[in-house]
Design a protein around this ligand. Structure first.
Ligand code: FAD
Length: 469
């Protein structure tokens, strides 16, 4: 009897425990992706990126003589249908950790077991299962440094090898056509503008990891802060969809460390930040939509998404070059440098005193590397409402940040066209990427600051001082 390999955010063949286990049985494997209400609910950019990833996984499977079956609907119903059609006796999948996926998956596991189906979940999306990392008193970690101390010396399972053979069933069940799902429909700028910036699929992710370790990681301690440089791994989109596993990155980083490459340990630490975000989301799922520190409920956040200042932030025309450059990078590439993310988040939540949820939602709609845990933790970190967050009174000054991290102005020049005699290709691409109704043109004057930076800062600090935290 065949085994169904239910793919979700683990869209690769290498170092894939659930797939390797299925292949080991020598039974026919039915690779399946189900477009259910959870993938349907994705923001425009993550959905567009998922669509590309599914096409790529199908190609990779085809190289092995297999293929990806695509079905749409309620996940349990689809699984039961495919089981009925194929006589499958088992379903394997890799675990996810957000509350909606946990609810769905545990319900499905129970029901399939009652049906007599062997349903098994495997690790893979993380290196450290969230319930296996505990403080001395048996609780979970709320601060990164002790979390890091407790995981840095752990053994991370050696990546399992890619199955050499994936047995195919005698008859394939029906499959939808990927094009019919129109996963790029909500993202009009996707196909033409963002697509060239996408690093798609397992092979490309592996090649990038190799290049990063060979040429970039040595100087990563410094280069990771410079948004004008190609100074980070840029693997977040691949990690987010499981086109590469964190354990593969970790082992490559560890080898680099043993070879004495300077930035390697910092790279491992960043991978651990991702694990920490999942640790927090697993233990306190409210991090996704509520102030993690409850006292922040009383903060006078502005929650009006239609306010002119919010629109200016979204559109990258606040008149603050670092903020605008980063917001435009997001429109054109579907990504934003980490330094940019910290600055635009600080600016929105502090200078503009807007609720972090407004920014979180914008990122969820626009990031091709969107990740529920990293995004929520990042926003609550920047706003000051999260665990181990930057204190609210530490307000990034986007001007000083520019002098420190974009000294030669490579980054702002790359993304801002107005006022320049010969703007860069990317700066101009922004005007093709944005909706026409925004009414912007590269011939506009560069906007005046919508908020005076020191006034905005004082306003935020006053609000903070007047609350009883
Ligand atoms: P590298 O510097 O090469 O780091 C390697 C990997 O480590 C990354 O791919 C990522 O998986 C992980 N990592 C690095 N920094 C962090 C961090 N601060 N928190 C958690 N994991 C980290 N990251 C996402 O993947 N998706 C998001 O939706 C997301 N939203 C964010 C929102 C805000 C407001 C902030 C401040 C940060 C957010 N991050 C998010 C974290 C971080 O900005 C990105 O992971 C990073 O910029 C990705 O680039 P990279 O792959 O080149 O990272």
């Amino acid at each position: 009897t065949p085994i169904i390999m239910w793919f979700r955010r683990d869209l690769r063949l290498s170092n894939h425990s659930a797939l390797a286990a299925a292949c080991k049985t020598s039974r026919p494997v039915i690779p399946l992706f189900i477009h259910d209400d959870q993938s349907e609910a994705l923001g425009a950019a993550p959905k567009f990126r998922l669509g590309l990833a599914l096409g790529s996984l199908d190609e990779t499977l085809k190289e092995k003589g297999s293929r990806l079956i695509l079905r749409r609907g309620d996940a349990l119903e689809v699984l039961r249908d495919v089981i009925k059609d194929t006589g499958a006796g088992a379903v394997n999948w890799s675990r996810l950790y957000d509350p909606d996926a946990i609810d769905r998956d545990s319900r499905i596991k129970e029901t399939l077991k009652d049906d007599g189906i062997d349903a098994q979940s495997f690790a893979g999306h993380l290196m450290f299962e969230p319930w296996t990392v505990e403080t001395k008193t048996g609780g979970f970690y709320k601060v990164f440094t002790p979390y890091w101390k407790s995981v840095r010396g752990r053994d991370v399972a050696t990546p399992v090898s890619t199955p050499s053979d994936i047995a195919v069933p005698e008859n394939w069940p029906e499959s939808d056509a990927l094009d019919d799902w129109q996963m790029d429909a909500p993202m009009q700028r996707g196909r033409d503008i963002v697509r060239p910036f996408v690093r798609l699929g397992e092979a490309a992710a592996q090649a990038r990891l190799g290049a990063f370790i060979a040429h970039i990681v040595e100087g990563y301690d410094e280069s990771r802060d410079m948004p004008g440089e190609d100074g980070t791994s840029a693997l977040s989109e691949n990690l987010s969809l499981g086109e590469i596993s964190p354990a593969q990155c970790w082992h490559a980083g560890q080898r680099a460390m043993q070879e004495g490459k300077r930035g390697a340990e910092t790279f491992l630490k960043e991978l651990a930040w991702r694990e920490f975000a999942y640790h927090l989301m697993y233990h306190t799922p409210r991090i996704l939509d509520q102030n993690w520190r409850e006292e922040w409920q009383a903060f006078p956040w502005n929650e009006d998404e239609r306010r002119a200042e919010v629109l200016a932030w979204e559109q990258g025309r606040t008149g603050v070059p670092f903020v605008d450059a980063a917001m435009r990078e997001l429109q054109v590439t579907g990504r934003m440098h980490n330094r940019g993310r910290m600055i635009v988040a600080s600016y929105l939540t502090k200078h503009l005193m807007c609720h972090w949820r407004i920014g979180q939602k914008w990122f969820e709609e626009h990031l091709i590397d969107w990740d529920p845990a990293n995004n929520a933790m990042g926003w609550q970190w920047a706003a000051g409402s999260g665990p181990d967050a930057t204190p609210f009174f530490r307000i990034f000054n986007p001007g000083t940040q520019l002098d420190r991290f974009d000294k030669g102005r490579d980054y702002t020049r790359r993304w801002i066209a107005e006022g320049r005699a010969s703007p860069s290709k990317d700066a101009l691409a922004y005007f093709d990427a944005i909706p026409r109704r925004w009414g912007r043109s590269p011939n506009d004057d560069y906007p005046e600051p919508i908020v005076d930076l020191s006034e905005g800062r004082e306003r935020a600090l006053d609000a903070y001082r007047n609350r009883d935290f």
